[in-house]
Design a protein around this ligand. Sequence first.
Ligand code: ZN
Length: 417
Amino acid sequence: MKLGQYSFGIGDRFAHQGIAQLNAIIKAKELDVDVIPVWNKSYREHEIIGSKPADTRQEADNAVRARGWRNAYFVDADHIGMKNVDFFLKSSDFFTIDVADFIEKPVDQKKIDLFVRQHEDYIGELNIPGIDESLTISKERIEEIARKYLLAIEEAGKIYAYLFTKKGQDSFVVEVSMDETNKSQTPVELLFILAGLSKKEIPLSTIAPKFSGHFNKGIDYVGDINQFAKEFEQDVAVIQFAITEFSLPPDLKLSIHSGSDKFSIYKPIRQALNKFNAGVHIKTAGTTWLEEMIGLAEAGGGGLALAKEIYRQAFTRFDELSKPYATVIDINKNQLPVPEVVDKWDEEAFTSTLRHNPINPRYNSHFRQLLHVAYKIAAEMGERYLKLLAEYEKIISKNVTENIFERHIKPIFISDK
Ligand SMILES: [Zn+2]
């Protein structure tokens, strides 16, 4: 199955904004930029909300029907492993096979030796088109990479084989992800990971390495932007080299698990894509949920009151809510306004503190991150929350569409002008 050159992963906690999300993709299409929508939701999200992959499937199908979308679209089983793949089998046609837990796990020395022998030809100075300096590859380096990644590669092969027997050939898109780990992968590591994966005969559409820097949820990139730009370009070059070298699918591309809103690296990403005429998949976190909060607050009245109530609860349940996201958030409690202060805020104060507009002096990334992980509270409110979503649908969907199109699709795929 073909994913297309540009694809965009849209998370939606409560599965109510499918049409508003698709409208952003349609806006790009009207400018002759084809972006394939992928509705992604992880096991963690389903568990916290109590939703099922079938709900995401229904949301996507309904949105596509309602808007007459004729291009491809997908439903992504995000970050799955052998332990939860079955949960997603029926409703998903995109599987993000997460093998990060298998990195640096012991592997048979014989397999390592074999891997090294199979790749002996690369020892020495390797020149990859598009990378200025040559890469120095030693036998020890290949061995070290094999030791670190072979088990993860094997696990990816196992899960793919399982999916193949359950779903049949060519009926789903495959991504392999290694991003939820502590250390980033270098372009040389990526090269040999791809070499290993090619032996598993996985029809790989995307690969999600961990890039250097911090990709916290819902806020901008934290790290050295020039270093990222260089690394990203080299990764793109490595992928293009690997496609011919290891006979990988010709449309293989990088997937960036952005965690949403990595505004400061969008420009280097676009420049690299243009330079190499390459594709990319951008996966975002469920920040559509924050647009729901912004819409509710902007509406005033009962909407603003509910937004404040959710914040009050989030503030008191800080530890519980942030725990599942500990490695991907960075909240300084001292920077959080107390609920008594927030209660006095008007629409403008609440929305400008929450909306990710870095040049607005009121914007507060700590406030934003706490609300980002607070969707559990809205899930607990159930009908009460969903009723308000329906009541203020117009103002919410405007925020959802504008956010995806103006802040993400435009700077990544079109231009930041
Ligand atoms: Zn990820």
